[in-house]
Design a protein around this ligand. Sequence first.
Ligand SMILES: C[S@@+](CC[C@H](N)C(=O)[O-])C[C@H]1O[C@@H](n2cnc3c(N)ncnc32)[C@H](O)[C@@H]1O
Length: 298
Amino acid sequence: MLSFFNSHKAFTGVTSPAQDRTDTLRPLKYDSHAYMEAHLNFRQHLTNQGELMLAYLQESLSQFITDAPELRPFRLASIGSGTGILDVPLVQELQTLAPINYLGIEPNSHQMDMAKAKMLDILTPTSSAQFSTSTMEAYVPNTKTSPFDAMIAVHVMYYSPDIRPMLAKAFDLLHPAHGRLLAMVAADNAQNRLFMETTEALHGFVPYLSNTYRDILDSMQITYDIDTIQAVIDITDFANNPTTPDSMMFLDFFLHMDASSLPPAELERYTRSICDAAEEHAGKLLLPHVVDAVTAHR
Ligand SMILES: C[S@@+](CC[C@H](N)C(=O)[O-])C[C@H]1O[C@@H](n2cnc3c(N)ncnc32)[C@H](O)[C@@H]1O
């Protein structure tokens, strides 16, 4: 039996006035080195979401490429390509079906450097990769790379108060007849809503989850299909030892902030909320980590 959340003595009895809250909170900035470390820790060790999203994208894009033999090379762009933890194995698989012209658009230069190096290692001579260290909004299009047959956007909808400019640009750069945008967006559930709270407190806007993302597509009169990926996060170590550096790093990424800057009572509330939503399976505590795969057609 797990001693679930028995070790939270560090949190007991300490409260802070609500008005002090936002003065001391520190964000986890998406263009920082700390963000890269927290993201890699999260995706490599704690959640199976990365491998499930990769499998989904491989299957969906493989089908697209096979059904459209005229699209050679196949032009693929990634909005918020990150460290390449997902994009590199994706391109590696897709280039066995067709030459791939890939473009990664990513504002975090630390992550971009890692993605570039990994991509160069796997590219075959008939495929190519280009990178732009910018946001999608600031990206200057290049007629050599676009229009794109497909774009992916994996967990990039949460960083701006208004994602419409990013989406408008994406749909402008997609091929007018067959282009599609495959986005992975966190489902609207209690766990995923936690970082809505912290983003609102730190940045003054509520990030888009799947339901609001799809509202925006509706308002732009863009049609889409949706599949739901039922991933889980293993929070066993976190629940048993919530104050270790590893646990704090998990929280940093989960809340998109430096969790150590939370007042103790708030830290306890978030920790409890996460632990209460987890279920025990075969001696492990698993937290649902549901993500929607939304394929929008231009
Ligand atoms: C959660 S990470 C996902 C990275 C990658 N897609 C993956 O799945 O491994 C989100 C990424 O979106 C990037 N990002 C944030 N705002 C962006 C924007 N406006 N345009 C492009 N990328 C953005 C961040 O720098 C970050 O690397």
